[in-house]
Design a binder for this molecule. Structure first.
Ligand SMILES: Cc1cc2nc3c(=O)[nH]c(=O)nc-3n(C[C@H](O)[C@H](O)[C@H](O)COP(=O)(O)OP(=O)(O)OC[C@H]3O[C@@H](n4cnc5c(N)ncnc54)[C@H](O)[C@@H]3O)c2cc1C
Length: 250
């Protein structure tokens, strides 16, 4: 096979090692037991028919890293770690189902590279909107680009040609209308209390494109997923503080 592939019938080839690989589809019953958390192929073995195995594992790490950092720093309660399984296991379940269906498709299949970008999380680390529809973990139709809580902050080209995605992190990010003074006070209070929140004032047209309600704000988690669509700042600053407490399980 090597000589055929190289097109060199006389090529000297030495086989140094061989290994057996078996296509599999397995999902761990639980991603966490006490202080042990599993991610990547340890948590889910995915048929390669779809090209999602490593991408799903990277998504696990992306989801878990900021939660572990917050819990070990003492700014989040341990229960935040339970949201890791709640958010990531349904994604792996759907990836396995899609990949298995691909492996059985006789007429070929489409590699949908964008599929994992549609991940929508539902857990206590997300504040759902009042009329939030029940969503599957992944949306093969990619039909929710509006940035609902739980989904990734959508890419939006900003006035300075950068992307809205460049605004995210390293801690929580709050996106507001041009005059975000009331929100800035709330963000400063949270930061002083040990939960860093960086505020970015958008232009009016950027805020409109992200469907920010009047006086509202978008709270983005360190992993780029939307945590909260805030309707308006409260006079006593309790809004953001309470929501962060709920998200961080403290
Ligand atoms: C044919 C094929 C095609 C694929 N194509 C794609 C693709 O197109 N896109 C995609 O996203 N994914 C693809 N994948 C899947 C991807 O390769 C895996 O999902 C990914 O490598 C898993 O990463 P991981 O770090 O979780 O596990 P691994 O890569 O398995 O890493 C685990 C590591 O732990 C080490 N280890 C094990 N036991 C111990 C121990 N006791 N102590 C210390 N170290 C230990 C192992 O040696 C290994 O290095 C493909 C897989 C295959 C087989």
């Amino acid at each position: 096979m090597v000589r055929d592939a190289a097109g060199l019938p006389e090529l000297a080839v030495t086989v140094r090692d061989t290994t057996t690989w078996r296509m599999d589809a397995q999902l761990a019953d639980t991603y966490r037991r006490s202080r042990v958390l599993i991610a990547g192929d340890a948590a889910h073995v995915t048929p390669p028919t779809g090209g999602h195995g490593m991408n799903t594992g990277i998504g696990d790490a992306d989801n878990l890293a900021w939660k572990l950092a917050a819990v070990t720093a003492g700014t989040a309660g341990e229960a935040l770690l339970d949201t890791y399984e709640a958010e990531r296991r349904p994604v792996a379940r759907q990836v396995i189902d899609v990949s298995l269906a691909n492996s059985r498709a006789r007429g070929g299949y489409r590699i949908d590279d964008e599929l994992l970008l549609s991940a929508a999380y539902a857990s206590t680390a997300v504040v759902p909107g009042p009329d939030a529809p029940a969503r599957p973990a992944l949306d093969p139709g990619l039909e929710h680009p509006e940035g609902a809580p739980g989904t990734r902050l959508p890419h939006l080209r900003l006035a300075d040609s950068s992307s809205s995605l460049d605004l995210v992190g390293p801690g929580f990010t709050l996106l507001t209308h041009p005059d975000g003074a009331a929100w800035r006070r709330q963000a400063d209070t949270a930061t002083a209390a040990g939960v860093p929140v960086t505020l970015h004032e958008l232009t009016e047209s950027e805020a409109k494109a992200l469907e920010l309600p009047a006086d509202g704000a978008l709270l983005v988690r360190p992993d780029g997923h939307l945590a909260w669509r805030a309707p308006h700042p409260t006079a006593d600053g309790a809004g953001l503080r309470e929501v962060l407490r709920r998200i961080l399980s403290v």
